[in-house]
Design a protein around this ligand. Sequence first.
Ligand SMILES: *Cc1c(COP(=O)(O)O)cnc(C)c1O
Length: 463
Amino acid sequence: MPVPASHNESTELKALDLAHHLPAQADYQLLEDLGGSRIITHAEGCVITDIDGKSLLDGMAGLWCVNVGYGRTELAEVAYQQMLELPYYNTFFKTATEPAIRLAAKIADKMSEGNPDLKHVFFNSSGSEANDTVLRLVRHYWTLKGEPERNVIISRRNAYHGSTVAGMSLGGMSFMHTQGGPLVPGIEHVRQPYMFNEGFGEDPIAFADACVKDIEDRILSVGPDKIAAFIGEPVQGAGGVIIPPETYWPKVEALCRKYGILLICDEVICGFGRLGQWFGHQHYGVKPDIIAMAKGLSSGYLPISAVGVSGAIVEVLKTGGDFVHGYTYSGHPTAAAVALRNIEIMEREDLIARTREVTGPYLAQALQRLAAHPLVGEVRSLGLIGAVEIVAEKGTNTRFKGTEGTAGPLVRDICIKNGLMVRGIRDSIVMCPPLIISEAEIDQLVSTIEASLNEAEPQLRAL
Ligand SMILES: *Cc1c(COP(=O)(O)O)cnc(C)c1O
């Protein structure tokens, strides 16, 4: 175990952090009022440790990404060896590197399960960049096909596709749209398949049909010959782990085919085993034309992302000369070497099947223990991603103080105090642990949430 830093070192770092470092997605005044960020210094397996020596079970796999868990010496060694041999080279000058090529082939192999035409890969460094690539690629594709007016992309409200201008414009988070606009034009947002909030008590199949009808209505109102693509996360992650009814995706796919629209899956969270398949769309049995992936691709050990592209699309790209798009770090050999080994670890340890057949069902069953809790409106999970909805009145979806966002942060903070890192999204406690999580750790995760709900209840009732 690492030795906790001295009190002085901890205080110094927190002061420097406040003075100079602007962390992501943060309220800088609030951070100052709280005395600075929690500084994470060490991690092993599913446990993270902070500078003051406090250990937490990492129920979030970092930020939905550390699928193989922390402390994989093997990944550090691969990075070290690759850096000695060739730390960096680009793919701009009709050049490529062995790790990028081998990783592309490995990803193609995983994508081809049930979808043999999905076999090409474009590399980037983050999920947001992957979605920027998607946006440019899709519009370029339709221009080459002689239909440049087909440039509208349909997305869902409350979707998350990243933080760059293209990413947040594609995303459907209204609180992000109000900062740093204007947005990228030509993006339409439709209904999300969020049963608990938007179809409470309805029949799931009828609810899914209504969501799909909203997409079709929008296609028709914008004009079918103007729609380039539909994009969606198989399961919405940052939106609050929104698991659609099983009929939703096949019907979305059928709609895309009906109108000749490209189907894009944002697999940044669902990819690499999260739902018990290599990719989330494979769980739903649909065949996207394009997929974006990041996070679990390298288990977060180095920044790398990829866009999977069908052979049919690449044939069209070949008619257009240069695709004038790419990043300095596209196909970064060190990141690619680490990602490749990360996938090999998942294969060797059979983490996908284990998630599907062992730990995913175990988590679902463990969460059922919370279903009867007076504060819990719903528990839901698929593979190793899940959510607990907190409500003010059992049997309804009524929230504390009549609006979302009071209970979630409160319960989250109590979970963290009790040694569990989870996220509170509105009034959902969401979890997404490393795929190596043990059954004992799943029990610990669920019982910590339960204890934290118990602790929060009197405070919430007193509001
Ligand atoms: C995290 C995420 C992104 C953005 O990835 P970054 O690496 O943070 O840019 C995009 N899409 C989804 C579904 C994500 O969860």
